[in-house]
Design a protein around this ligand. Structure first.
Ligand code: DLL
Length: 444
């Protein structure tokens, strides 16, 4: 692992050898690591041994990466069912950290890290930050939550590793966030897209002239966001905003990240093997075809994952990235299969609604979808906030906008949505954690 930041032309890269490795060399590395993983899982994990034996697969059967498609999947349910120690593949004394996230029901999902796992994770977060142009000399304010959530500590150790002054401020207390940004000359924010907008609003509310801030870049993820949302963040905060993706089961943030080209997220392929599958059939899909992202940890010791079904929908980009990295790129996460609401039998993703809303400068990037059932029929309402200026234009203008949006949404969603344009700052702001865009009253 290279520990120094290299500059490739004007593109910052943390580990040139890993990130720009010739594809054939990387494929050989992945195959070797995949084989070793299978051997280790077969030897140390009764869960994986049973899953492999049930398919009659022996670790030595893996002849090429093409054979990975025959290996069994691992699901969130498997992880929850084996809570807390069932998927640990090292003696407990070798684990030095645990993170957790809420499972869909009852027990949480836990992940264990050995010192080696923490090194790899910090390395991946360092690559992510440098990829966004953050490094020594930067002052990084990390607003991701510290604690069991991986966002805070994950990005923290990456930021320290690249030599940035790192402020572990965590989420919430937005006024204090802005004060720190102003007083310390913060240059980079680590922030979820939704919280970036809350901070931008607070800066405006406090009457701070943005040009007085040194902020130039923000990076963060943990929740889906569209290209239009990025444009809003960049305009409102006066930054370049970069998307970073990850999940607890694999490591946390740092699994994939955008580079300065902002055309897809580069997967850290020396540590993670990525596939896209048809979620219904489990068949592996080629580049360009949308499906569920499936990830295998190639180097994780504590709780490795074999073909973990992330539930996240995306597709692979074709062809090389202009930045020169040779790693495979995924499109920004389009949504989660479980984020999707089915309205009158039609699949609706919040990201589709977000794209339509953010085409209009009269509207704020604050919205929610409310699904209900009236007289046995599903209904969909979209509430969205007007900008201060547009709100001043009066009721007739709002009604016209509602009609325009209803028409545009109908075209995109193929299902009717009633739109209400609300006064600015009426929808709840999430200061900690992930944005919640869908309220499904049908389950109440
Ligand atoms: O959210 C890790 C993370 C922290 C990533 C900070 C980026 C920044 P979990 O809490 O386990 O881990 O949630 C993982 O969040 O399966 C996706 O559905 C969603 N997610 C994470 N990053 C993105 C992103 C962290 N950039 C789940 N875009 C994942 C869209 C994301 N969704």
């Amino acid at each position: 692992m290279a520990m120094a930041q290299a500059e490739i032309g004007s593109v910052p890269v943390w580990d040139r050898a890993a990130e720009m490795m010739p594809p054939e060399e990387r494929a050989a590395l992945q195959l070797g690591r995949m084989r070793r993983l299978l051997e280790r899982l077969h030897r140390t994990s009764s869960f994986y041994r049973q899953a492999l034996d049930a398919r009659g697969i022996k670790p030595q059967d893996l002849k090429s990466l093409d054979d990975v498609r025959h290996l069994p999947f691992t699901t969130k349910k498997d992880v929850v069912d084996h809570y807390p120690f069932g998927l640990l593949t090292v003696p407990l004394q070798q684990a030095v950290r645990l993170h957790a996230s809420s499972g869909t029901t009852g027990k949480p999902v836990v992940s264990f890290y050995t010192p080696h796992d923490l090194d790899v994770w910090a390395e991946c977060c360092a690559r992510a930050l440098v990829s966004a142009g953050i490094g020594r000399g930067d002052i990084v304010q990390n607003t991701h939550g510290y604690g069991l959530f991986t966002g805070g500590l994950g990005m923290h150790f990456g930021a320290e590793k690249v030599g940035a002054l790192t402020i572990p401020i965590s989420t919430g207390l937005t006024e204090r966030q802005v004060m720190f940004m102003q007083d310390l000359g913060v240059t980079a924010l680590v922030v979820t897209p939704s919280y970036a907008l809350v901070i931008a609003e607070k800066i405006e509310e406090m009457g701070i002239d943005r040009s007085q801030l040194k902020l130039r870049v923000s990076i963060g993820g943990a929740e889906p966001s569209t290209e239009e949302m990025r444009e809003k963040i960049e305009a409102k905060l006066g930054v370049k905003h970069y998307d970073v993706y990850g999940l607890l089961e694999i490591m946390g943030p740092g699994v994939a990240v955008e580079c300065v080209c902002q055309e897809g997220l580069h997967v850290q392929e020396d540590h993670v093997y990525a596939e896209i599958i048809n979620p219904e059939t489990g068949q592996v899909l080629p580049p360009g075809e949308k499906g569920e992202l499936v990830l295998t940890t190639l180097t994780k010791e504590g709780t490795p994952m074999l073909r973990y079904r992330t539930g996240d929908l995306t597709y692979f980009y074709e062809g090389p990235c202009p930045c020169g990295r040779t790693t495979v790129r995924i499109h920004k996460i389009i949504g989660r299969a479980d984020d999707m609401v089915v309205v009158k039998g039609i699949n609706v993703f919040p990201s589709q609604v977000e794209s339509v809303i953010l085409r209009h400068k009269e509207l704020e990037p604050q919205y929610q979808l409310i699904v209900d059932r009236k007289n046995h029929l599903d209904t969909l309402e979209v509430e969205v906030e007007a900008s201060e200026e547009f709100w001043g234009h009066g009721e007739a203008a709002r009604e016209h906008m509602q009609k325009v949006l209803e028409k545009e949404l109908q075209d995109v969603l193929v299902v009717h949505a009633k739109v209400t344009v609300l006064a600015p700052k009426t929808l709840p702001r999430i200061e900690a954690g992930k944005a919640r865009r869908v309220i499904d009253r049908r389950q109440l």
